[in-house]
Design a binder for this molecule. Structure first.
Ligand SMILES: [Zn+2]
Length: 163
């Protein structure tokens, strides 16, 4: 007698395939995987090309959600993606860290330039402060938060010059 690993239905004439799933569960899984693959690929692309750190970080969250969604299959020993969802989830913190560090490496200078272009000193100070706060917040995601300290001290220098 076979039993579906997902819905737990079973019976004498109940059929499961080589993955141990019944037909409706297989179809649902295939559809889920197709959709998740699309979302995953889109997200990776955006993480690589977007200039907006919030967009990148929210896309990393999306990938994390996919990993969590697929983890329930892994727990039932149903193969879905390679690397396994649990492995994908484990890689999220370092993906987040790399993304943040690379972002500032690439865009810090141009962001500073943008802020310097504001007309009044008051606005510039405000913008410097906002940027400072953003970097501070992103430090929380890092195992090595000191990696962003040089940007913070640079902003402080620039802000001091405005005073
Ligand atoms: Zn089923």
């Amino acid at each position: 007698m076979s039993k579906c690993k997902l819905c737990n239905r079973k019976g004498l004439f109940f059929k499961t395939n080589k993955y141990g799933l019944c037909e409706p569960c297989t179809q649902t899984l295939v559809m889920t995987l197709e959709r998740d693959k699309e979302i995953f690929d889109d997200s990776i692309e955006l993480i690589n090309i977007s200039k907006n750190i919030d967009t990148k970080l929210s896309r990393i969250e999306v990938i994390e959600e996919i990993g969590e969604r697929l983890l329930k299959y892994e727990k039932k020993k149903i193969k879905t993606v390679d690397p396994k969802p649990s492995k994908l989830l484990k890689s999220i913190p370092s993906l987040r860290e790399d993304t943040i560090v690379r972002h500032y490496k690439k865009y810090f200078k141009s962001e500073i330039k943008k802020i310097k272009d504001y007309k009044t000193s008051k606005t510039r100070i405000k913008k410097f402060q906002e940027y400072y706060n953003q970097i501070e917040e992103h430090k929380n995601y890092l195992k090595k938060p000191k990696a962003l300290d040089k940007y913070l001290s640079k902003i402080n220098d620039l802000k001091d010059k405005e005073l």
